[in-house]
Design a protein around this ligand. Structure first.
Ligand SMILES: Nc1ncnc2c1ncn2[C@@H]1O[C@H](COP(=O)(O)OP(=O)(O)OP(=O)(O)O)[C@@H](O)[C@H]1O
Length: 634
């Protein structure tokens, strides 16, 4: 059965679960093309370079054979682009790409970008730069996970701005980098790619400049690598350096960037031992690492040491010193590494945005195509605060999808005086409310507990049980560690609450901020003078101003949950103001094997993504929706 846009109406009445699966299967294995349900593209990940998917856009265009122009990601890009050109629609467009981790969202985003850049013509340099940005963001924001060798550990919304069909500028909005990965990776996972690129790709003489030693010496990057990986990382380094230059980083900035990254690695090797008089100090054998890290961060070793082994707070102008335990010193070390890395990432995105801004003044008057590539739904053996935020974002997206597919369908029926009974779907609004309601939603309770110095992860769970215990989408659990279960649209997820309060608070101790603002490394000083916006974006400001507003800034700081809620709110506003196009990415199997199509796993994804319900509604309802213009023309 062939399903192509525009012709799908004829096929839909016959389509049921079994037929859809068999159509996906055939088209995936034999025809190697994607499938539509109505206007939603279902993209089953081929997991290998197929001639078509790997083809340059120009190959597809130059071919006269219609078989080379199947329903494809390019068709979605064309629809969005054509809709921008239509004077009557004149609305911004957004393409929402969703699916599990490893389902193919990022690869689809790249295909879309390539196609749009090609179609829009316009400024050649800008087009090149937009394409070059990807390897840079992937180096810093992607990592190998058990699900995907190149998993995006941050979400992004790319806004491409157009006037009269020409691309004039672009902006990247990033969401929630998984910075905990810098200091800790679960078994079978790795740190962000950039560390391996640096360690395995950088020539020896350059390594000396950055103060880098043998890869096996660094604790933060784990152990064990194969020859093929070393080769891949070495190539990755070349690509990264090219991208840095292409995007316009100055030599000094590139140098600082690599030295600071090396500093993060040295910092991770510092080990502590208890002192007889109380408190801790740096273990003799790792004194060298302390000195190396201090040198790479452009600060004095004693000053860095003091930030690691004690906390200094200012109370009514008086500095109070509190000695750390071994655990607290290790936590301080890891939290410095994470904050340095996440600020570096924020700075890179800021630089990229400055470069791609184009005519920023006129940006508000331009129409946009937005592409959303955000982390897929996650359910691991251990689910932490990061998974909670990722899954909340997925609930929001599912809600957005429901709104467009089902709620708007209901509205059309009402307008046409048709009974609405046909529109039955699983509405996830109640799950979103469980997260976002005030004062009894998960995020509000978390914020309330975060602001109490005496609260703990256990007291947070007790509060949750009291506030949400009767919610049908919430389940209590008993166990050694405090935790809870949320019944998401895509399945039940058990969260461990350990570390929730700390991660939500995410404060940088004042002494660390002061230390880095005064760093001799210009980049580090800039990163720590910057303020963070209400949606979590890095905004560089002057060093003096930063020093003056220090104390106020730390007391006013917003929690990570609130920042994330706000940034999602802003994103949703943009998306609701645009006409959406949906690409649902599907993983054909869990083993990442090309040519293996597991019907049960595919069906499961089709179901929880709401695609079976979409199929039903498209079949039972209006399956063919020509515009009035087309109708009159026929
Ligand atoms: N169109 C494609 N052609 C060939 N291989 C693909 C394609 N799309 C995805 N893949 C393969 O699947 C892998 C995972 O894809 P991708 O990184 O896009 O997933 P994702 O949905 O973005 O995952 P995550 O949420 O973890 O970032 C890719 O590294 C690639 O090997």
């Amino acid at each position: 059965m062939e399903l192509v846009p525009g012709e799908d109406a004829a096929a839909l009445p016959e389509l049921d679960e079994e037929k859809l699966l068999s159509s996906l299967h055939t088209r995936y294995l034999q025809l190697r093309v994607y499938t539509y349900i109505g206007d939603i593209l279902i993209a089953v990940n081929p997991l290998q370079e197929l001639p078509l998917y790997g083809a340059e856009v120009s190959d597809v265009y130059s071919s006269r054979s219609p078989r080379l122009l199947p329903p494809h990601i390019f068709a979605v890009a064309d629809r969005a682009y054509n809709a921008l050109q239509t004077a009557s629609s004149s609305r911004s467009q957004c393409v929402v790409i969703s699916g599990d981790s490893g389902a193919g969202k990022t690869e689809s985003t790249k295909l879309l970008l390539r196609h749009l850049v090609r179609r829009s013509g316009g400024n050649k340099q800008l087009s090149q730069q937009i394409l070059q940005v990807n390897p840079l963001l992937e180096a810093f924001g992607n990592a190998e996970t058990v699900m995907n060798q190149n998993s995006s550990r941050f979400g992004k919304y790319i806004q491409l701005r157009f006037t009269e069909g020409s691309m004039r500028g672009a902006k990247i909005n990033e969401y929630l980098l998984e910075k905990s990965r810098v200091s800790h990776q679960d078994p079978g996972e790795r740190n962000f790619h950039v560390f391996y690129y640096l360690l395995f790709g950088c020539p020896e003489e350059e390594k000396e400049v950055y103060g880098l030693l043998q890869p096996s010496m660094y604790r933060y990057i784990g152990r064990g690598w194969e020859e093929t990986e070393r080769l891949r990382w070495s190539e990755g380094y070349q690509t990264l350096c090219n991208a840095l230059r292409m995007v316009g980083f100055q030599n000094q900035e590139e140098l600082d960037l690599k030295v600071v990254l090396s500093g993060v690695l040295s910092l991770g090797n510092i080990v502590f031992e208890p002192e007889e008089a109380g408190g801790v100090t740096v273990d003799g054998a790792s004194m060298g690492w302390l000195k190396a890290a201090a040198g790479q961060f452009g600060v004095q070793p004693d000053d860095l040491l003091s930030c690691l082994i004690c906390t200094t707070s200012l109370t009514r102008g008086e500095a109070i010193r509190r000695l750390h335990s071994k655990q607290q010193a290790e936590d301080a070390r890891d939290s410095i590494a994470r904050v340095v890395y996440s600020r570096l990432f924020g700075w890179i995105v800021k630089k990229v945005n400055d470069l791609l801004a184009g005519d920023a003044v006129a940006a508000s008057q331009m129409l946009e195509i937005g592409i959303l590539d955000i982390f897929g739904f996650e359910n691991f053996a251990k689910n932490r605060f990061e998974q909670l935020c990722i899954n909340l974002a997925n609930e929001q997206l599912q809600n957005f999808f429901n709104h467009h597919i089902f709620l708007m369908e209901q509205q059309h029926y009402r307008e046409e005086g048709i009974t609405e009974d046909a529109v039955i779907f699983t509405n996830n609004q109640a799950i979103l409310d469980l997260f976002l309601a005030r004062p009894w939603g998960i995020l509000s309770i978390l914020d309330e507990q975060t602001s109490f110095p005496q609260a703990s992860d256990s007291s947070f769970v007790e509060k949750l049980n009291a506030g949400c215990g009767t919610n049908p989408y919430y389940e209590r659990i008993r166990g050694k560690d405090p935790g809870f279960i949320v019944i998401h649209y895509a399945g039940k997820v058990q969260y461990t609450a350990v570390g929730f309060l700390e991660k939500n608070r995410d404060t940088i101790p004042v002494n660390i901020q002061n230390l880095f603002i005064n760093s001799e490394t210009l980049l580090l000083s800039l990163l720590f003078s910057a303020s963070i916006s209400r949606t979590g974006t890095l905004m560089p400001i002057h060093r003096e101003k930063a020093l003056m507003s220090q104390d106020k800034a730390s007391t006013r700081k917003m929690s990570v949950g609130t920042q994330f809620r706000r940034s999602l709110g802003v994103l949703m506003e943009k998306m609701y103001a645009a006409s959406p196009h949906f690409i649902r990415c599907i993983k054909p199997n869990r083993e990442k094997q090309p040519g293996v199509f597991r019907p049960d796993e595919v069906l499961n994804q089709l179901r929880y993504n709401g695609l079976m319900e979409t199929l039903r509604i498209r079949r039972d309802g209006f399956s063919w929706r020509p515009s009035f213009q087309d109708f009159v023309g026929q």
